[in-house]
Design a protein around this ligand. Sequence first.
Ligand code: FAD
Length: 281
Amino acid sequence: MSTDVLARTEPAPTRGKPAVTSATHHVETVLWVRHWTDQYFSFAITRPASFRFRSGEFVMIGLPGEDGGKPVLRAYSIASPSYADTLEFFSIKVADGPLTSRLQKIEPGDQILMAKKPVGTLVLDALQPGRRLFLLGTGTGLAPWLSVARDPDVYDAFEQVVVAHCVREVRDLAYRDLFQEELPADEVFGELAVNQLTYLPTVTRQPFEREGRITDLITSGRLFQDAGLNQSVFDPESDRVMLCGSMHMIKDVAAILEAQGMAEGSNSEPGDFVLERAFVG
Ligand SMILES: Cc1cc2nc3c(=O)[nH]c(=O)nc-3n(C[C@H](O)[C@H](O)[C@H](O)COP(=O)(O)OP(=O)(O)OC[C@H]3O[C@@H](n4cnc5c(N)ncnc54)[C@H](O)[C@@H]3O)c2cc1C
């Protein structure tokens, strides 16, 4: 499958900036940048040959400190699947954010620091076997699903994969074309996407074909109905869930899952659902 799905610009190797060096981190080159809105952007960097990760993991990435200060590093979900040649990220732009106020200005050819070791619980290893996998995310909480939902191993492990992405406005539905057009048409991945992948975008602040928070979709049963399922709650026997995004969504959905008899899992003790608290708000 091609991971080369977004429009991009070529790297400009000489931009008159001093080369970045680091004894503790990988120094990788930005390959392309795509700005979705004034709030969201994506970019890809080179992948070091020694860097291994499991689809769904996150890694610390960042930029050197300004004026010789300490590097500014933040946790980022890797949006590429584990087999990809390059590493893609899906990022917020926080106007006064220590990292993203600068990161949003990167261009092809720029250099990024990346930790040597990825980590995380949004991985198949942290879940018990099941039949359906629900990947529920808000905002940039879609990032790990871009990795997991593009990994063919996931479709061996689960009969159906449901990606629900909740944002405020329709324009915030980054990667909608990837799910609705590109993956189903992909030469290698198309059959899996058409037969086993369900994409459910939802919007909270504008009229749209599906409106409301993920918690509302669950409690109203719409999540299951739109996924073509004949059930109105999660089935602890066959459903597995991954959660990523705002603290509110995660707290509320985790409470629903626990009330429906599901247990949180970890790498050492696989369970029925896993979560990553990516940001407050
Ligand atoms: C495990 C994990 C995975 C993460 N994966 C991603 C990712 O794939 N993409 C990504 O953009 N961020 C991700 N984050 C958040 C990321 O680490 C940074 O917080 C973000 O890049 C902003 O950095 P900053 O230094 O500019 O601002 P910070 O000082 O880190 O944050 C400033 C403010 O912005 C809010 N904020 C931070 N990140 C987000 C976000 N993603 N969406 C909405 N509001 C936010 C915070 O709540 C805070 O109030 C992840 C965080 C964790 C813990």
